[in-house]
Design a protein around this ligand. Structure first.
Ligand code: Q9C
Ligand code: ZN
Length: 316
C-alpha cells in the first residue's frame, strides 16, 4: 500500500496556541507525522513523495482572497521572522501563520491530491500523511490547526470522476468539510465526533445540520458524549457506514484523526490501539476505493502504533 509523505511539513512548527487566558505549547507538532512515517518505513509500505498540483484545485474549494491571504501573510512572516495570529479569516486563537505555513499547507494539499490521483487511477487504498491537518478549514476561514482543507480538496477532485462519500472520524467535528459541501448532493459528508456543546469547534456538528438546498440529506452528524468506549464507538461507526453504503459512492475519503485515543492529551474518548484495526476493517468492508487523509491525533508516542493498527485492518 502506498503512503504519500512530504518533509516540507517540518517548516510549519507553531510554538504555542492561545487557550483562554493562557499561552500553551502547541499540540499540533511536526513529530506527529514523523513518528507515523518512521513506523511505516519499518513495515511493508511504499513511502512516496507528492507531485505538485496547480493552485486551481485549492481555489475550487476555498475563496481566492482567503488563499492569497495565507500565502501573502506567510511570505511576510518568513521575511520578518514573525508569527501572525490573524485577526480575520479565522475562527480561533490556535492557528497562527508562520513563514513555513504556506509551503507546508500547499505540500499537504499536494499529498492529498497525489493520493486522490492514485485512487482515481485504480489504487484500492492510499494513505495521505497530511500535515497540517485540514478538516476545520472552511471555504473562507481557517482554524483548529487547519489552513487548507486537504480532504475536501481531494474529495472535490474525485467528485469529477464519480460520487464521493467522506467519513470523518477525527475526534472533532469537521466544520470546514461540512461547510464546503453543505449545498452539494454529489459529495456525502458523515462525521462522528465529540458533542460540540463541550468540545471544539463548539458551534457546528449537531445532528440537526443535514445540508441545505440540493445538499439536504447529504450531511450527517453523529455527536457523542465524552467517555465513549470501543464498543459504543463501533456501534455508531456501523450506522455511519450504513449511511455511506446507502449512498453507493464510487470513492471514499476518510478524514482520519487519532485524537479519539484514550490517552490523547486534548480529547476525551476512550478508544484503544487494537480497536483502530477494527475501524480499518469496517471501512474496508464497504468495498469502495478509499483515500485516507490524516487529520488530528496528539498522543505522539502512540501515533505510529495507531496508524499501523488501522492500516492492518484496512488492508485485511
Ligand atoms: N488546549 C484537529 O484535531 N482545541 N484540530 C484547542 C487545546 C483545538 C483540533 C484547545 C482543537 C483543534 C485537526
Ligand atoms: Zn481533531
Amino acid at each position: 500500500m502506498k503512503v504519500i509523505y512530504s518533509d516540507i511539513h517540518l517548516q510549519h512548527a507553531p510554538e504555542f496556541e492561545i487557550f483562554e487566558e493562557e499561552k500553551i505549547p502547541h499540540a499540533e507538532k511536526p513529530a506527529r507525522i514523523e513518528t507515523i512515517v518512521n513506523t511505516l518505513r519499518k513495515k511493508d509500505f511504499t513511502i512516496i513523495a507528492p507531485t505538485s498540483f496547480e493552485q486551481t484545485h485549492i481555489n475550487e474549494v476555498h475563496n481566492t482572497y482567503f488563499v492569497e491571504f495565507i500565502k501573502e501573510k506567510s511570505e511576510k512572516m518568513q521575511k520578518e521572522q514573525k508569527t501572525l495570529y490573524p485577526s480575520y479569516y479565522i475562527i480561533d486563537t490556535y492557528t497562527p501563520i508562520l513563514g513555513g505555513t504556506y509551503p507546508a499547507s500547499k505540500a499537504a494539499v499536494d499529498v492529498a491530491l497525489t493520493g486522490a490521483q492514485l485512487i482515481a487511477s485504480g489504487e484500492k487504498t492510499v494513505y495521505s500523511l497530511c500535515r497540517p491537518p485540514g478538516h476545520h478549514a472552511e471555504h473562507a476561514k481557517l482554524g483548529g490547526y487547519c489552513y487548507f482543507n486537504n480532504a475536501a480538496i481531494a474529495a472535490n477532485y474525485l467528485s469529477k470522476k464519480g460520487k464521493v462519500a467522506i467519513l470523518d472520524i477525527d475526534f472533532h467535528h469537521g466544520n470546514g468539510t461540512q461547510d464546503i459541501f453543505y449545498e452539494r448532493d454529489d459529495v456525502l459528508y458523515v462525521s462522528i465526533h465529540a458533542d460540540p456543546k463541550v468540545k471544539f469547534p463548539y458551534s457546528t456538528g449537531f445532528s440537526e445540520e443535514v445540508g441545505v438546498g440540493k445538499g439536504k440529506g447529504y450531511n450527517k452528524n453523529y455527536p457523542l458524549p465524552l467517555g465513549i468506549t470501543d464498543e459504543q464507538y463501533g456501534a455508531i461507526l456501523k450506522k455511519a457506514l450504513g449511511d455511506i453504503s446507502a449512498f453507493t459512492p464510487d470513492y471514499l475519503v476518510i478524514s482520519l484523526g487519532f485524537d479519539t485515543y484514550e490517552k490523547d492529551p486534548i480529547s476525551g474518548f476512550l478508544l484503544t490501539i487494537p480497536f483502530y484495526q477494527e475501524i480499518g476493517k469496517a471501512i474496508q468492508g464497504v468495498g469502495v476505493p478509499t483515500l485516507v487523509v490524516q487529520e488530528g491525533g496528539y498522543a505522539i508516542d502512540a501515533l505510529g502504533s495507531m496508524a499501523d493498527s488501522f492500516l492492518q485492518g484496512l488492508t485485511s
